[in-house]
Design a protein around this ligand. Structure first.
Ligand SMILES: NC(=O)c1ccc[n+]([C@@H]2O[C@H](COP(=O)([O-])OP(=O)(O)OC[C@H]3O[C@@H](n4cnc5c(N)ncnc54)[C@H](OP(=O)(O)O)[C@@H]3O)[C@@H](O)[C@H]2O)c1
Length: 338
């Protein structure tokens, strides 16, 4: 079976990676329809050696599509997804617009692919930091029973898409010319700085990004009482998010069993102290389909606790790759064409 695939937001950071991955992973695609905003329509993307011109996404466009990947803002997803739903296509959404809708499964295929069994029309892809954190936490949860985790994130600028990449590049160039940094999308200069704010603040003092990690972890792991506290920090790396995690479990920890659980889990590269390098870093996890986990140790401040460091390419496992893995799962279950 070969599908007519629409990528909405095809010129954005996630959309571009998704088109590359559809080609590289040989996903069965008969026709690719790259869709853009009205202002960018006409710009081409390269797919299987050909240039394909982007079109504006309208309700009628979805008539021609079997599978739609949304790689746009929440606002655009909220506007266009109901229109795509009317046209019967299967939709995988990278935005946060429908992630907390109880009717919409929120999927990391290695963890909860069974939530696709009811053949949903709309599937949400998780927040990038949540996806990467849970790739490390889930195998440990299966072994020991997760009760709480505390996470500090180090999030790359491509997490804000093309605009984030441009902002860091521009500020590094300005710094080399001894010119002042001009923040546009971030509240402060990002080059040579750390900004302990990802998204806007809520009344609780946490940011929306931090709140997403709480809500989405509970939904994906089906642990509604899970305790989660996170601090999300934007850092001047281009790509791949890193997260330091301290987690507490119901059962006593055996370090060898924890290592074995991580090594056996699909989608992870486990780094021990003998590895070179002995831990994952953003540069060596960029464009890696696996998340890297290292620095595993017993946590000295928690009962039954483990501390570890996980790094994943958030444009891939946090967005485009995970979305495509969802599509691959639907394809294997023959759920795309009815
Ligand atoms: N970047 C990440 O690491 C990451 C990770 C997980 C989830 N996400 C989510 O994925 C989504 C896309 O993120 P991104 O980083 O790729 O952002 P991005 O680089 O800003 O790309 C968004 C794209 O959407 C296009 N667009 C705007 N209005 C449109 C419309 N009406 N129809 C079709 N396309 C339209 C934009 O085109 P114009 O430039 O012409 O406006 C732009 O090319 C967001 O919801 C984001 O939160 C991103």
């Amino acid at each position: 079976m070969n599908y007519k695939i629409g990528v909405i937001g095809a010129l954005g950071a996630v959309g571009q990676e998704l088109i590359k991955l559809i080609e590289e992973r040989n996903f069965p695609c008969e026709t690719l329809l790259p869709l853009a905003s009205a202002r960018s329509a006409g710009t081409s993307v390269t797919f299987r050696g050909s240039q394909i011109s982007t079109q504006e996404a309208t309700e009628d466009t979805f008539k021609e599509i079997d599978l739609a990947f949304f790689c746009t803002s929440n606002a655009v997803a909220r506007d266009l997804i109901p229109k795509a739903k009317n046209k019967d296509c299967i939709i995988i959404d990278n935005s946060a617009a429908f992630r907390q809708d109880p009717e919409v499964p929120l999927i990391i295929p290695e963890i909860n692919a069974s939530a696709l069994d009811e053949a949903p029309q709309l599937i949400a892809n998780p927040n990038c930091s949540t996806a990467i954190a849970l790739m490390g936490l889930y195998p440990l949860h299966q072994q020991f029973g997760l009760t709480r985790f505390i996470a500090s994130t180090y999030q790359a600028v491509s997490g804000n898409g093309v605009a984030g990449i441009n902002e860091l590049s521009t500020q590094i160039n300005a710094w080399q010319k001894d010119e002042p940094a001009q923040p546009k999308i971030y509240p402060h200069p990002i080059a040579f700085n750390l900004i302990p704010q990802v998204d806007s603040f809520l009344e609780s003092g946490y940011t929306k990004e931090e709140h997403k990690m709480l809500e989405e972890s509970r939904k994906i792991l089906e642990l509604p009482e899970l305790h989660v506290s996170t601090t999300c920090v934007r850092v001047p790396t281009m790509r791949a998010h890193a997260i330091a995690i301290n987690a507490e479990f119901q059962k006593p920890i055996n370090l060898s069993e924890a290592q074995a659980a991580l090594k056996e889990f699909s989608g992870i590269d486990y780094y021990d102290t003998q590895a070179t390098p002995p831990y994952p870093m953003p540069l060596n996890q960029t464009q890696n389909i696996h998340c890297g986990i290292g620095r595993l140790r017993k946590d000295t401040a928690l009962d039954n606790g483990l501390a570890f460091w996980v790094v994943g390419d958030q444009l891939w496992k946090g967005a485009a790759l995970n979305a495509l893995q969802i599509a691959e799962t639907l394809h294997s279950k023959q759920q795309i064409l009815k």
